[in-house]
Design a protein around this ligand. Structure first.
Ligand code: CA
Length: 225
């Protein structure tokens, strides 16, 4: 994830950059409107943080340009002016978010992450259950902003359960769904049990709820709205 920080106060800029790099982002910077414009024309970024009060003009002018040339780039305004007018014009021009200085770095971080997450999911079919997001096309599962590392069977299992919410699924039907004709193998129920155990552990470790309930002697049910 590449971020461009356009900010003329060098101390603040360096603090932001070192924090974001610690969070795993790649950062570049510009200290003026002109150099910001130049970078935006030459390179692509996932997200741009732009100050409004720059020495050679208003950061707002950059927003409409960005929207025209790189509509997929996320834009967060960072401004010292706590002016509602600036905020409204910034958002009208197409900025995604607005932070007033001084702000806490973790706040900036969570705004960036939620912005990137919203953009990533745009136009894609997502199954969202509270803080759990499943992207069937990409075969990805997120708890909050965090991507889970699931095996193929764990992913298939989760998708099967979430498409059958509130229904009791027998071990037989789960095994058949996961392995088709091979489900007859004597130990396939043990496999179901261990895949499900690992899936539940991975989900709850990341603070997702445990939606699975055992139905004694029958199977399992995924309880969620
Ligand atoms: Ca400034």
């Amino acid at each position: 994830m590449k971020i461009l920080v356009i900010e003329d106060e060098s101390a603040l800029r360096e603090t932001i950059i070192s924090y974001l790099e610690g969070e795993g982002f790649l950062c570049e910077y510009a200290g003026s409107l002109e150099s910001g414009n130049e970078k935006v024309c030459l390179y692509e970024y996932d997200c741009i943080l732009v100050d409004i009060g720059l020495p050679d003009g208003s950061g707002l002018t950059l927003i409409s340009k960005l929207k025209e040339f790189h509509p997929e780039t996320g834009i967060i305004i960072i401004s010292a002016k706590n002016s509602i007018d600036d905020k409204i014009s910034g958002l009208d021009l197409g900025a995604d978010d607005y932070l007033t200085k001084p702000f806490h770095l973790p706040e900036l971080n969570s705004r960036i992450k939620s912005l990137l997450r919203r953009r990533k999911f745009e136009g894609k079919q997502a199954v969202v259950i509270e803080n759990l997001t499943i992207l069937p096309e990409n075969r990805q599962v997120f708890v909050g902003n965090e991507l889970l590392q699931l095996t193929k069977s764990e992913f298939d299992l989760l998708l099967f359960f979430t498409s059958n919410r509130g229904r009791v699924l027998s071990k037989e039907s789960i095994a058949e769904h996961l392995w088709g004709d091979f489900a007859d193998a004597a130990d396939s129920f043990d496999f179901v049990y261990s895949h499900l155990k690992n899936l539940r552990r991975k989900l709850t470790e990341k603070a997702a709820k445990d939606y699975f309930q055992n139905v004694y002697g029958t199977g399992y049910v995924f309880m969620a709205e």
